[in-house]
Design a binder for this molecule. Structure first.
Ligand code: ADP
Ligand code: MG
Length: 639
């Protein structure tokens, strides 16, 4: 009781206060939100249809008596009284349900999200139904709303009423319903058109064609459409597909990005229409998509948000699946271990992935939109769907150094361009594209004409590391000791490095020892490498270890606690004049300290280029010492 007192301070007798959020929502609705008032009718009819579905499910489990009025929806416009009634013979509501369902917002966060929308988005009424607040759109049309309702099996008919200004009342109704709900809208002065029968029929045909229960206005059955998913593909028009998409998604006036209509016969018989939306609401910050597919058994809706029919990483898809092989009286629990169900899921998943692959080939522009919007959701499949992971991987797109027509490339495109003897797919992660592009690791690959995928989204790097191989080619981070350079990839000699200094082999060994000594535990090994092209040095992570970027991300997410970076290998480029010179200088004991300082600085530079935060003091002191020495040398030359 105490919580109710908090949320409803004005409760007195049969008068209740709305949860604070609802008052704010109603304010939003009456001011800027939802200029398109027709949407209110759609939302109320959608609720009526849900109530009929719930009744059918309750009957199957014995939770509601089997007798009583036919399952139907009836709209009654009254031009004289300026009212519109939406009547259904569904489950109805008890007193407690009226308070819980029409006095509070079930999905916390919905309101926050709605109030953050831009004005343009607010005027696009299409979204209201997605946020579990559809009922309140009634106040866009009415200055007084009555909900007369009788719960299935209940013995009293109740009347909920409100003017939408902070409170509502619940009383025993004057009329007696056999079962179900009447939503009675006392229309606002400027909404008189909603009491006009022709107008109401028009709106129902526009938005509610696919409601799976009969809707009547007067004697007319307004939604006597055949179910389009059961029709042959070539008899369904684009407009019908778009309308069905809008019905399923509540995305008013929006066309789907792609449509997949198919019928399967074996191992399970089913018909389905699936849609890809044109944009991803998750990107706007509204949590994970929670809708599912509509599931029908022999045309009758069994569940309207069935999330178990597709894997989570395809949760953005809207659609309907109708199977004659499913029993009508299925519960959510029994569905999950039902083998029919699992088979449908398997086929659907495969067909969707194949369809996306085909879309990528046939319609690059549409696919680019798709992958920009949903790539981040799709890639989740790599770590959860082992059976299809290679298919999913082939659908992902990345930035790349390759010479491509599209802004992004897929792994297949990469392999097409790869050298014949190339056994690995190279990628490099970094905090930004600019940081990756200035990496000494990248330079080594570019100098040899080897393509590298540029991963400026850290998740992509984890995804590819997790994938490990694609079409038998190993996926390798460019800063890894695992890198194998194909023999055919040679560095073209540059004219300007005309006379590279001779490397002193014994001196080079001495350089390794000096540097290992100077860097101590900071590196596991110092060695030369023929991977490098123009840079003097690079840090590579040992075979099998995480890349520098992955370590950084993990370190940040663990808050640095209990995390230790793996020791890196410092690789020197013997073709670089500085390194060659070091090997010569090492011959003289007196240069030992200087060579060690050079080594420390090369190490710091390599770290700096990966964007690792370092203690600047040591670096500054060391470079100042170098500068001082150089300046002194110059004074000797001049004087
Ligand atoms: P949503 O439909 O997304 O749950 P709404 O704001 O449209 O959100 O409706 C809120 C709730 O009110 C519904 O979930 C349902 O429990 C109840 N409700 C609304 N209309 C009816 C109706 N005609 N019959 C029974 N319950 C209803
Ligand atoms: Mg609703």
């Amino acid at each position: 009781m105490s919580t109710e007192a908090e949320t409803a301070p004005a409760s007195a007798g049969n008068e209740h206060a709305f949860q604070a959020e609802i008052s704010r929502l109603l304010e939003l609705l009456s001011h800027s939100l939802y200029q398109n008032r027709e949407i209110a009718v759609r939302e109320l009819v959608s609720n009526a249809s849900d109530a009929l579905d719930k009744l059918r499910v309750a009957r199957l489990s014995g939770g509601a008596p089997a007798d009583g009025p036919e399952l139907e929806i009836r709209l009654v416009p009254d031009d004289d009284a300026k009212t519109l009634e939406i009547r259904d013979t569904g489950v109805g509501m008890t007193r407690e349900e009226l308070v819980a369902n029409l006095g509070t917002i079930a999905h916390s966060g919905s309101l926050d999200f709605l109030s953050k929308l831009s004005d343009e988005q607010k005027n696009d009424a299409s979204i209201i139904g997605q946020f579990g607040v559809g009922f309140y759109s009634a106040f866009m049309l009415a200055d007084r709303v009555e909900v007369v309702t009788r719960s299935a099996g209940g013995d009293e008919t109740l009347c909920w009423a409100s003017t939408g200004s902070g409170t509502y009342t619940i009383d025993v109704a004057d009329e007696v319903l056999p079962r179900g709900t009447v939503i009675r809208l006392h229309l606002r002065e400027n909404c008189g058109e909603f009491a006009d029968e022709t107008r109401v029929k028009y709106i129902l045909k526009k938005y509610s064609t696919f409601v799976p229960h009969p809707i009547y206005v007067g004697d007319e059955h307004v939604n006597d459409q055949p179910p389009i998913w059961a029709e042959p593909k070539n008899s369904v028009t684009d407009e019908q597909y778009a309308k069905f998409y809008q019905y399923l998604s509540h995305h008013n006036g929006e066309d789907p990005l792609w449509t997949l209509h198919l019928a399967a016969d074996s191992p399970i018989q089913f018909q389905t229409i699936l849609y890809g939306p044109p944009s991803n609401a998750e990107k706007l910050g509204f949590g994970k998509a929670e809708h599912g597919l509509h599931l029908c058994a022999k045309r009758i809706l069994v569940q309207n948000d069935c999330r178990e029919l597709l894997p989570e990483y395809l949760r953005f898809i809207y659609g309907l699946v109708d199977s004659a092989d499913l029993p009508l009286n299925v519960s959510r629990e029994s569905l999950q271990d039902d083998s029919v169900f699992r088979k449908i899921k398997k086929v659907l998943t495969k067909r969707v992935l194949d369809h996306l692959g085909k879309l990528a080939k046939d319609d690059a522009a549409t696919y680019a939109t798709f992958v920009t919007e949903f790539g981040p959701v799709l890639r989740e499949g790599i770590s959860v769907d082992y059976e299809n992971r290679e298919k999913v991987a082939g659908l992902l797109r990345f930035k790349s150094t390759g010479d491509t027509d599209e802004a992004l490339t897929g792994l297949d495109g990469y392999l097409d361009r790869a050298k014949d003897d190339q056994e690995q797919i190279y990628f490099l992660g970094g905090p930004s594209l600019a940081a990756i592009e200035s990496s000494p690791h990248l330079e080594a690959f570019e100098a040899r004409g080897l393509e590298v995928l540029l991963l400026d989204d850290p998740v992509d790097e984890f995804v590819l590391a997790n994938l490990a191989t694609y079409k038998e080619k190993k996926l390798v981070s460019a800063d890894s000791a695992d890198v194998a350079i194909p023999e055919s990839a040679t560095v073209e000699d540059k004219e300007e490095d005309a006379e590279p200094p001779q490397v002193d082999d014994a001196g080079m060994q001495k350089v390794f020892d000096l540097l290992k000594d100077a860097l101590g535990d900071d590196v596991s090994e110092v060695r030369t490498s023929d991977v490098l092209a123009g840079s003097p040095a690079r840090l590579v992570h040992p075979q099998g270890a995480m890349s520098a970027q992955m370590e950084k991300v993990l370190e940040m997410s663990s808050g640095g606690e209990g995390f230790s970076r793996s020791k890196k290998i410092l690789e020197l480029n013997p073709k670089h004049p500085l390194v060659a010179r070091m090997s010569v200088l090492a011959g003289n004991e007196q240069n030992a300290g200087f060579i060690q300082d050079l080594g420390r600085q090369l190490h710091s530079n390599a770290l700096l280029l990966t964007g690792t935060a370092l203690d600047p003091r040591a670096i500054v002191e060391r470079t100042e010492a170098f500068m001082k020495e150089l300046a002194e040398k110059r004074s000797n030359i001049v004087f």
